[in-house]
Design a protein around this ligand. Sequence first.
Ligand code: F6R
Length: 371
Amino acid sequence: DKGGWSSFMAKEISEEPEAVAKTILGRTHDGLVQLNELDPIGDEALRDIDRIVIIACGTAAYAGMLGKYAIEQWSRIPVDVELSHEFRYRDPILSDRTLVISISQSGETMDTLMAVKYVHDKSKAHLLSVCNTQGATIPRESHAVVYTHAGPEVAVASTKAFVAQVTALYLIGLHLAKVRGTLDDAAIRAAVDELQAVPDKLAEVIDVAQGQVGQLAHWMTDTQSVLFLGRHVGYPIAMEGALKLKELAYIHAEGFAAGELKHGPIALIEPGQVVFVIVPSPRDPSSLHPKVVSNIQEIRARGARVIAIAEKGDAAVLPFADEVIPIPLAGSLFEPLLAVVPLHIFGMELADAKGLDVDQPRNLAKSVTVE
Ligand code: F6R
């Protein structure tokens, strides 16, 4: 039931705040993270882990990339993110000190399931599943499962499941930081506070972005190609924005790390090329903000039409962007959860403006049950 929305996708985007809130619910205690779901693996084993491998496909793999940034920063455990279908075909290095985290909305994606079975049969690695579907096959093949509570996702394009997956991975990262003593309680509490503030901020982004992004989509129905740039946590978001445009609006789209621009992709920039840029916060202690602003200047000088997704009040981008989509202030690791929403809306609105089926794009199935 679409509940009055024009599509399941529109409904599911509106449920992104709730998906995050419900995934946090019952998993904090006294301001810290309490993930009893990890008990089957046990804190002792988690203290001994020397490497994490995240396996997933598509949008879930981009959630995994965000998980990598957070888990490495908080727990100092090295994390690799691999596409499930690449992972098991090269004799991966696994031991009893490896934690493999699979991410799947459906819990039935054959590529990911086969990779999980491979780990199960060929190694002593610990298997943790992040899944949105109770009792699905992938969690049943794993040692432990942290369910995302996004509710059923019907539209083929994943939206609310994505933000819920990132939330679950952040909770896992904070749990690991506690167990391994890499963050003190005050730092964990601050991160939990940030995460708990995300749902309200998401609601604000949806409110602000809907009209603005809808308009943008309407004048872009003839656009042939769109590029997306981001750095650090903005990089997976750039790829997610591009994937949504491909699958929903059938437009050639590419997401890349802004630092790569000068290593090749800048040659693609010609007058009129639309480029979305995910801009890091000017408050970020790294020097990424000025670097991305200078990327914007470079592509603007070559005629690109720049649509910046930037923190509210970021005055530095205003002179150089054709359009700025503002997002609320948040810590660096939490910004991508907000920046992704305008891109979800954009993919949907552009598909809609082109008269395409938003919920059932051509050639795609909600759950890919063949390898
Ligand atoms: C993109 C999309 C797909 C899925 C991918 C994994 O919008 O929906 O890329 O994310 O097929 O699916 P799950 O999470 O069910 O394993």
